[in-house]
Design a protein around this ligand. Structure first.
Ligand SMILES: [Zn+2]
Length: 480
């Protein structure tokens, strides 16, 4: 049994004529489907009514069907139409769509009232041309769908999730009363009071306000809001845009939306002038080198928020969470001091033969017998505490408590005996491994002839993270 989709269309002037009505087309198609073992599900019946059909993008149901035909896994196996001209008034277009659906998505189009005619020269020629031009036409087909999006956009209908400040109701942006005021505050603070974006992000976070995705505000969130013309009642659409934060894409199309503006045009203009001025000072292409400037790159973390400490200025490190306005740890670390400290910590650990703060891998399980018995004993201790609590809370009677305690004690004694007979593991292998690696890596880290990049790579083998606790001003070293 195949799953079939149905496409039916009727134009305004055709509606009067018998035999062409939607109901008549559907009836005939359903009959055909029944005779040919095709199951038609109502969600895949696509209707365009009173539409001329000259252009595909003006037929919403048709476009929706093409869109669904593309989904993987396939939603339907075949498309049924009454006559192929339902696909398009233009014969060539019909054949193009038919061939493409077959070729690109493996979905044949069956015209139930037109038996397949191998002598149909037009079809044969078209399909031969298509064979040669498949690539061109597949671009064309996705182009049609894009046109659909553009069309929605040009009518002022939102096609995206609502931006901060709005909710979406019946496909229309409606101001969200709380968020609306925050947006106003952001524009006024930056435009009129000259407050930097970073500070605004912090202020918004302090109010406990979250983004639409439930995240904290960062300076780029503020930047995105200040650059979004949705707040003056416009809609922005950039076909093929990759970078969400590229606000100057020349392909951007702005149209008047149907929604209520939140920001008045004067304030918007003030803010835009300010943003343009600041942009002047930005380097056109910010340098992003793959070569780290220091071998601790990516290893030092802020204990407050878990973010990486990144360079700020020439020789300092600061929490990247702070840079984004998410973390309150503003203290900086001197890079050279940190290097020396880490090096000396590693050296000390090696010299003592003690590796501190070994954080076991979560997945690592105690595989030896000794460890397993230890774990079982720990569990019994926990159980003992729980039964005591149950007795205190009046859940268990004294009798029940005594009985449970006896069972636990018996089990415990058995395990302790077993433990005494089991050999304690002589050495922690991981510790040994780290110690050996540590010696080698230490030599590399202090070797001036080795590049920073290489040092960074080997440091990452040994070190899991170096946590910086700003409250006590201490560094903690965690090995892998
Ligand atoms: Zn932090």
């Amino acid at each position: 049994m195949k799953i079939g989709a149905v496409y039916i269309r009727v134009s305004t002037d055709e509606q009067a004529r018998d035999g062409y009505s939607l109901a008549a087309q559907l009836k005939a198609i359903k009959q055909y489907a029944q005779n040919n073992d095709i199951l038609i599900e109502s969600e895949f019946i696509f209707k365009d009514e009173g539409i001329s059909g000259r252009k595909a993008e003006k037929r919403p149901a048709f476009m929706e069907m093409i869109k669904q035909a593309k989904s993987k896994p396939k939603k339907f196996d075949v498309i049924l139409v009454h006559k192929l001209d339902r696909f398009s008034r233009n014969r060539e277009d019909s054949i193009v769509y038919k061939s493409l659906l077959k070729k690109e998505y493996g979905i044949p189009v069956i015209s139930i009232s037109e038996p397949l005619n191998p002598d149909d020269k037009m079809s044969v020629i078209m399909e031969a041309i298509l064979e040669a031009m498949a690539e061109y036409y597949s671009i064309n087909l996705s182009g049609e769908v894009k046109k659909g999006q553009l069309e929605k956009h040009s009518k002022g209908e939102p096609q995206a999730k609502p931006p901060f400040g709005y909710d979406i109701v019946d496909n229309k942006f409606i101001p969200n009363q709380i968020e609306k005021n925050i947006v106003k505050m952001i524009f006024e603070e930056h435009g009129l009071n000259n407050i930097p974006m970073l500070q605004i992000a912090k202020d918004v976070n302090e109010l406990g306000i979250k983004t639409k995705k439930g995240n904290k505000f960062e300076n780029r969130t503020i930047s995105y809001i200040l650059n979004n013309p949705v707040y003056i009642g416009k809609l922005r659409y950039t076909p093929g845009r990759r970078d969400t934060y590229d606000f100057d894409d020349p392909n951007t199309i702005l149209v008047d939306g149907k929604h209520e503006p939140i920001i008045d045009i004067n304030l918007w203009n003030t803010v835009q002038c300010k943003l343009a001025k600041n942009n002047k000072w930005k380097k056109p292409h910010q340098q992003t080198s793959t070569n780290p400037k220091h071998w601790t790159k990516g290893l030092i973390r802020c204990k407050e928020c878990g973010c990486t400490m990144v360079t700020c200025g020439k020789a300092k490190l600061r929490c990247n969470g702070y840079n984004k306005g998410k973390c309150s740890n503003y203290s900086t670390l001197d890079i050279n001091e940190v290097y020396n400290l880490i090096i000396s910590m590693i050296k000390e650990n090696i010299d003592n033969g003690v590796i501190n703060n070994i954080v076991p891998h979560k997945k690592e399980e105690i595989s030896n017998k000794y460890g397993i018995i230890k774990k079982q004993l720990e569990k019994l201790d926990e159980k003992e505490i729980r039964i005591k609590e149950a007795y205190r809370e009046g859940i268990d009677t004294l009798e029940e408590y005594k009985e449970n305690k006896n069972i636990i004690l018996k089990e415990k004694n058995k395990l302790i005996k077993e433990l005494n007979l089991t050999e304690k593991p002589k050495e922690n292998n991981r510790k040994k491994e780290i110690l050996e690696n540590g010696k080698k890596i230490y030599q590399i880290l202090i070797d001036d002839s080795i590049s920073i990049k290489e040092k960074n790579e080997v440091a990452n083998i040994l070190i899991n993270k170096v946590e910086f606790d700003p409250n006590d001003n201490i560094l903690e070293l965690y090995y892998n």
